[in-house]
Design a protein around this ligand. Structure first.
Ligand SMILES: Nc1ncnc2c1ncn2[C@@H]1O[C@H](COP(=O)(O)OP(=O)(O)OP(=O)(O)O)[C@@H](O)[C@H]1O
Length: 240
């Protein structure tokens, strides 16, 4: 479904992503892990059309999308949940959810989509008329994921959904990602909690200094003896 080939993305003189290649198949959950500054978010932003690569290619469903606008990429069914949530705090939960609907690619009613997401995230149903700013961090994270799903994406890009959440809410976010995968949503997950992401994903890519340092299933990565010290850093060890 998604094929990134030798992607390079620069911020001025800094090459933040240097020749990254990765693939995501339909229905797969693929994680991208690695230390801060490794180029994970930059890669997601480039896939979503928010940043332009200086070389390489990005293909979605057989169509080149590098060079496309974020709107055009979204219209093809790629939805990004960026780091830091981006809830509209002055709007209600329902209004936030409805903001996800203009990009819907399929048929059916908005009401049916709303009901589907409220069934998936019961916590949102209980506070549908509340100001989104009143929600806890974990609830806001569920809201932005639900909002992205309102557009019925074919590929969901999740950037560090557990960031800043209390441990119980982190568990809930990982549960949600597992549920999404079980329901057939294709997910590319960037996570700072490397071990949890790798354990959950079908396949993972370990980024280091803007490059793919290792890739494979949880078992394959575990077999790479110096993985933790070399690529994931102390933080990942602490997450276990
Ligand atoms: N807007 C920007 N302007 C200049 N440099 C940037 C910008 N955004 C990121 N960078 C730099 O690009 C590199 C890759 O950053 P990126 O955010 O992609 O890493 P990351 O792996 O997602 O890390 P993090 O977990 O900290 O978000 C880092 O060196 C970072 O400082």
């Amino acid at each position: 479904m998604l094929q990134v080939e030798k992607l390079e993305v620069r911020y001025g003189r800094l090459a933040a992503v240097r020749g990254v290649s990765l693939t995501v198949g339909e229905g797969e959950l693929v994680s991208v892990v690695g230390p801060n500054g490794a180029g994970k978010s930059t890669t997601l932003l480039a896939i979503a059309g928010a940043l332009r690569g200086s070389s390489g290619s990005i293909t979605f469903d057989g169509k080149r999308i590098d060079g496309s606008s974020p709107e055009a990429v979204a219209a093809l069914g790629v939805s990004l949940v960026p780091e830091g949530r981006g809830v509209f705090t002055q709007l209600t939960v329902k209004e936030n959810l409805l903001l996800g609907t203009p990009l819907r690619s399929g048929r059916g009613s908005v009401q049916a989509d709303l009901e589907r997401e409220l069934a998936r995230f019961p916590v949102l149903e209980r506070c549908l008329s509340a100001n989104a700013g009143k929600l806890s961090g974990g609830e806001q994270q569920q809201l932005v994921i639900a909002r992205a799903l309102m557009s019925r994406p074919r590929l969901l890009l999740l950037d560090e959904p557990s960031l800043g959440l209390a441990p119980l809410l982190v568990n809930r976010v990982f549960e949600i990602v597992a549920e999404l995968r079980a329901s057939g949503v294709t997910v590319l997950l960037v996570e700072q909690l490397a071990h949890r992401a790798v354990a959950l994903a079908d396949r993972s890519y370990v980024f280091s200094h803007g490059e793919v340092a290792a890739t494979g299933s949880a078992e394959e990565l575990a077999a790479a003896v110096d993985l933790e010290s070399s690529y994931l850093g102390q933080k990942a060890v602490n997450d276990r």
